[in-house]
Design a protein around this ligand. Structure first.
Ligand code: ZN
Ligand code: ZN
Length: 631
């Protein structure tokens, strides 16, 4: 038979495996092949070659690493069965960045079991056991797994509609599996077990609680080491942990899931960001507006929110009249626009509000500050003429770029197009999508297209931030809307005296303040630049003898608008310093006998550098300069 590989044709004997075929033609040397695609279907390397187009799957490809991880999950299950023979196996898929396997082992596993399991896995890998596939009749598979007491597998097989099922075995271990798999256990390049968790059988809390073991595998030890170092860094930066350590915010079950309580440091951080934003908006010709939290249901029906966004909204009733709690700030801004007759000369009108919205997010997706149920957007709605679209969108993008540079983020752009649920005509969608493309093209900014991910009222440009460790976060968006001006019958009087429809832009720069603060905490690893630090300076005394002097320095700094705290506790200096370091305060100022006598200060910066005999005026100047330059 004939097979095609890399644009060449080969004649192959029937019964030859892919493994033998590749060896014979000398293909794929120096790269780890894990499986193969035949006419687009993934198969084991040990499968016999069939006629058609052959494409190898390598370990370092997206598809290949999934196969590596799934085979590692099988090896883990084998190791667990060998160490804990009473264990029953359930399911063990590859997931993003790793794999897991759920086991029924009533005593449960502990963290201490993981090294033992890893050790056993290494043994299995070193034995380089062949991983073999067999297709059997369903009844036969049920008999097999029933004989071994694997009730969960029996339950799964019983539900399969096909007459035959495939099983994979290596040594004494057998699993129900579609495959493909590595040809042998020795082909697993690098792995690590990560953690334990409880998981209900089939994710249903009415079912039995199982023990889940998470692990990961990579195409090379280097890639695995890099991943583990990255995860360590992610853990260190976790905003939920830092939020507690730095006393920024809390989320309490008593209050409700996804609802943020700001503590003094967090509220101050938010004030600083909001103050910054208000000034930046005023500089760019935005006007402040504000609307109520609840608006009559009819408004939401007219806007299309009720029809398209109802599941994410909360509703309430007052004096028998139904209201919707706003999930977006658009409608009040529209009312401001409508409050007067607008001329073409008035446009663009830019309304800005730090608008708090409530959205029903499923409890499963709530995550610290990153996904919450009540949040405040730095929201603006711009009403403008069609001929102003290009210039205005370009100005918003420049705004985003300037702000992101201040925080040290790089970014990527994406255009999201018409979703399944949408309002407005297809034609206006096309126009809007084209405008967004044209602006980015003209600005020479690269972008991706995200098909079908636009808001229901218009397409949008999304800005994805890249943080200090390379993770991407969705923050700013610019949405182009022809539909709401239509629905609310907005117009302006054009130069020819005729009434025309304005276009509406919805846009946020930071996005949700909660989410942005969460991202900032992780981006800076809690070490906020001086201008954003809730506490900028901590004053420390060595003994009570410096209390008076310290108070005078404290007052002087307060007068200059520095956010300063004073630690007069009767504790060892080292302990006081350690507390200041823990709180990641930019400057610790230490005062002992010497400093009082010379009327100077000892300054310890957050990077550990120290300076003695510093005059108060000098440190104040230095800080003010840093603050002005937003460092
Ligand atoms: Zn499997
Ligand atoms: Zn809006």
């Amino acid at each position: 038979m004939t097979v095609r590989l890399d644009n060449r044709e080969y004649t192959v004997d029937t019964g030859t495996t892919f493994l033998d075929f590749f060896k014979k033609v000398g293909f794929g040397k120096g790269r780890d092949m894990v499986a193969v695609k035949l006419n687009g279907k993934s198969l084991d390397l040990t499968a016999p070659v069939e006629e058609g187009e052959v494409v190898p799957i390598y370990a370092d490809s997206e598809e290949g690493v999934v196969i590596v991880r799934h085979s590692t999950a099988h090896v883990m299950a084998q190791a667990v069965k060998e160490l804990f023979p009473k264990t029953k196996i359930t399911i063990g898929p590859a997931i993003e960045a790793g794999f897991y396997y759920d086991f029924d082992y009533p005593p449960g596993f502990t963290e201490d079991d993981l090294p033992r399991i890893e050790e056993k896995m290494r043994e299995i890998i070193n034995k380089d056991l062949p991983i073999q596939r067999k297709v059997v009749k369903k009844a036969e598979a049920i008999d097999l797994f029933a004989k071994w007491g694997e009730d969960f597998k029996v339950e799964l097989i019983t539900e399969i509609g096909d007459e035959e099922v495939s099983i994979y075995f290596q040594d004494g271990f057998t699993d129900l599996c579609r495959g493909p798999h590595l040809p042998s256990t020795g082909k697993i390049p690098a792995f690590k077990l990560l953690s334990l968790a409880g998981a209900y059988w089939r994710g249903d809390e009415k079912n039995k609680m199982l023990t889940r073991i998470y692990g990961t595998a990579f195409p090379s030890q280097k890639a695995l080491d890099e991943y583990l170092a990255f995860m360590e860094e992610v853990k260190k930066r976790d905003h939920r942990r830092l939020g507690k350590e730095l006393d920024l915010f809390s989320i309490s079950d008593e209050v409700g899931a996804g609802l943020v309580i700001y503590h003094p440091n967090g509220a101050l951080l938010r004030y600083l960001l909001e103050d910054f934003e208000k000034k930046e908006h005023l500089k760019r010709g935005y006007q402040f507006v504000m609307g109520p939290h609840i608006l009559k249901l009819d408004m939401w029906k007219r806007s299309g929110h009720y029809e398209n966004y109802r599941d994410n909204m909360y509703f309430t009733k007052i004096d028998e009249v139904e209201y919707g709690i706003k999930p977006m700030n658009c409608l009040s801004h529209i009312m401001v626009y409508k409050s007067e007759i607008r001329s073409y000369r008035d446009l663009p009108l830019r309304y800005f509000e730090l608008g708090t919205v409530c959205r029903h997010e499923k409890s499963g997706v709530l995550h610290g500050l990153l996904r919450v149920r009540e949040f405040t957007q730095d929201d603006a709605h711009i009403f403008l003429r069609q001929d102003q679209l290009h210039e205005e969108i370009a100005a918003i993008i420049a705004f985003v770029r300037e702000v992101m540079a201040i925080f040290g983020f790089s970014y990527e752009l994406e255009i999201s197009t018409r979703p399944e649920k949408f309002i407005g005509s297809e034609e206006s969608w096309q126009t809007a999508e084209q405008v967004l493309r044209e602006v980015l093209d003209k600005e020479g900014l690269p972008y991706d297209i995200n098909e079908g991910d636009g808001a229901f009222y218009g397409p949008k440009i999304d800005v994805k931030l890249k943080d200090a460790i390379g993770r991407k976060w969705q923050c700013a968006t610019i949405q182009c809307d022809f539909a709401l001006p239509e629905r609310f019958d907005l117009h302006y009087v054009d130069s020819d005296g005729k009434r025309k429809r304005p276009v509406m832009l919805h846009r946020v720069i930071l996005g949700a303040m909660e989410r942005f603060i969460g991202v900032l905490i992780e981006h800076y690893a809690g070490k906020f630049p001086l201008w954003l630090s809730p506490v900028q300076v901590l004053l420390l005394t060595i003994t009570d003898g410096q209390a008076e002097y310290a108070k005078s320095v404290y007052n002087a700094m307060m007068q200059e608008g520095i956010r300063v705290q004073l630690d007069l506790r009767n504790e060892k200096l080292n302990l006081k310093i350690r507390d200041g370091i823990m709180k990641k305060i930019p400057y610790l100022v230490i005062m002992g006998k010497k400093e009082v006598e010379s009327g100077t200060l000892s300054v310890r910066a957050r990077d550990g550098s120290e300076q003695k005999n510093v005059a108060l005026a000098d440190i104040l100047d230095k800080m003010k300069e840093e603050i002005v330059n937003r460092r």
